[in-house]
Design a protein around this ligand. Structure first.
Ligand code: CAA
Length: 283
């Protein structure tokens, strides 16, 4: 791999933007791909706000504008053709992810390295969409990517040792701590975290306590930085529901069944911070 490897991030949402920021901060030239101008504007603002927060704590080592200048935005996939590393981070929907990979397959070469930031889907089934599955891996960032240290690395059945070593070292270059997970639904973190959020929603539904007090139970009683309902709002309740459904369909149907109140919030479009309303309201 070239010293000045170019990175393509597919998806400019909260995860894709954060991942692009992490790569650009580490010195990579980053191309972010999504539908168009409005999304790009939101992504730029998100990255600027995050970099300013980090700068105020002296956690960035160079001028913010230098980092921003390494990020460019594209709505045409062929513009990503000169990239070396491709990181998919679109919405957690299997058909959207597979259609992105099928389109991406047209511009990949034998030397391209490809990763998915899926939160729960099988890396094996996503790898089957690309022409060189030995160069494909799961590379799962946590939200918010610029802040959270963990990176889950998940091998597909055909991922080569060389690809695994490359991404393992890449995680360290990005100043993250990688852990290995089997290609199992939800991997490690989401298998544990998402049922906890679902349980908190059940407690709310059964009037065990208010949203604020359920969250206080976990922040004050277990030292979690954020209560489970506020965390669900941060992740996005549609994403929480999508991950639960993957766990339910592939592990234990009753153990991981989504709480009806969660389904109701998603159906009403109360998706958390991104829609300014979830279990809490946001400015
Ligand atoms: N960029 C840069 N800095 C940020 C930031 C961002 N996007 N968001 C927050 N911060 C920083 C703030 O500057 C602040 O730093 P200090 O602690 O040094 O002061 C700190 O983070 C706290 O920020 P805020 O006061 O604004 O908000 P907060 O106290 O609610 O913290 C949080 C935000 C960092 C997200 C914290 O609540 C936290 O760690 N929560 C847990 C997050 C978590 O569990 N993430 C994993 C979700 S699961 C997942 O992502 C997997 C998946 O597939 C769904």
């Amino acid at each position: 791999m070239k010293e000045n490897a170019k990175v393509a991030v597919l998806g400019a949402g909260q995860m894709g933007s954060g991942i692009g920021q992490v790569f650009a901060t580490a010195g990579y030239s980053v191309k972010i791909y999504d539908l168009g101008k409005q999304i790009f504007e939101k992504s730029r603002n998100r990255i600027r706000a995050s970099l300013e927060k980090l700068e105020s704590k002296c956690l960035v080592c160079e001028k913010i504008s230098n980092i921003e200048n390494r990020i460019s935005y594209y709505a045409k996939m062929e513009k990503l053709q000169d990239c070396d590393i491709f990181l998919e981070s679109v919405f957690e929907d299997f058909s959207i992810k597979t259609s992105i990979f099928c389109e991406l397959a047209n511009i990949l070469t034998e030397s391209s390295r490809v990763a998915t930031n899926t939160s729960s889907y099988s890396v094996a089934s996503l790898a089957s969409c690309v022409p060189w599955p030995e160069k494909f891996i799961g590379f799962h960032f946590m939200n918010p990517p610029p802040v959270m240290e963990l990176l889950e690395v998940i091998r597909g059945p055909r991922t080569s040792d060389e690809t695994f070593d490359f991404f393992w070292q890449l995680a360290k270059k990005l100043k993250k701590t990688p852990i290995i997970s089997k290609d199992s639904p939800g991997f490690v973190l989401n298998r544990i975290l998402i049922p906890m959020i679902n349980e908190a929603v059940s407690a709310l539904q059964e009037n065990v306590s208010s949203a604020e007090q359920i969250d206080a139970a976990l922040t004050l009683g277990a030292h979690h930085p954020l209560g489970p309902l506020a965390l669900g709002d941060l992740i996005g309740l549609d994403t929480v529901l999508a991950i639960l459904k993957t766990l339910q369909n592939n592990l234990d149907g009753s153990k991981y069944a989504p709480c009806p109140l969660l389904e109701d919030y998603v159906a009403r479009g109360f998706l958390g911070k991104k829609t300014k309303r979830g279990f809490y309201e946001y400015e």
